[in-house]
Design a protein around this ligand. Sequence first.
Ligand SMILES: *[C@@H]1O[C@H](CO)[C@@H](O)[C@H](O)[C@H]1NC(C)=O
Length: 236
Amino acid sequence: MKSVIALSAFLSLTWAQDLCAQYSYYSANGYYFNNNAWGQSSGSGNQCTHVDLLLNPGVAWHSEWNWSGGNTQVKSFPYSGRELPTKKLVSNIGSIPTKAEWRYLGNNIRADIAYDLFTAADPNHDPSSGDYELMVWLGLKGDIRPIGSSTGNVNVGGRTWDLWIGYNGPMKVFSFVAPSEIAVFESDIKLFYNHVTNTQGFPASQQYLTTFQFGTEPFTGSSARFDVWYWYGNVN
Ligand SMILES: *[C@@H]1O[C@H](CO)[C@@H](O)[C@H](O)[C@H]1NC(C)=O
């Protein structure tokens, strides 16, 4: 038994990756990770993201950060993403099963915990944006809010969400916000696309899914630690 434990410890250490530069990146097993401190210049601070485990299927990782200043500005979006080698039209996607288990520690945390998916008419659109962004906020810390304004409560996948709609430049953003934190989430993100297709005129037959990511958007806080004990995602 001793040798089995030693071997698994060795494998975990082999896989662990420390991503501390602004856009440090790692990919393996059909998943990718990015420290992605894209908004760091709107304040000051530091952030490191650590890939902890590659599971079969799924991943585990965590991110540690301190950010101050620029209170209304997002500093980063450390995430795990699912590689999408073949881009599919949303109307041709059967399901987007996913599971997420997370925890936040730290002081005065102002951040969201969210899925982030981009779609575009051009399947080769720059993956850092799209024609449409769909977010599913499993939690929010502090006084932060999504882009746009609330359109009221909707029911998707057996849960109530507050649906916010707005624009980030030319990109239309749908944000489904959980009324209280969901620390263990298992659902089908395609149901959210069905909702915006049926009620908001989302053109599912003209939009390719280009990114499928889960992470956190820190605004400010200190000694923060965001643990993703488990994340799995797939596109069928
Ligand atoms: C955040 O600040 C705390 C307290 O100064 C420090 O111990 C920690 O290493 C910092 N974390 C990062 C990621 O810079």
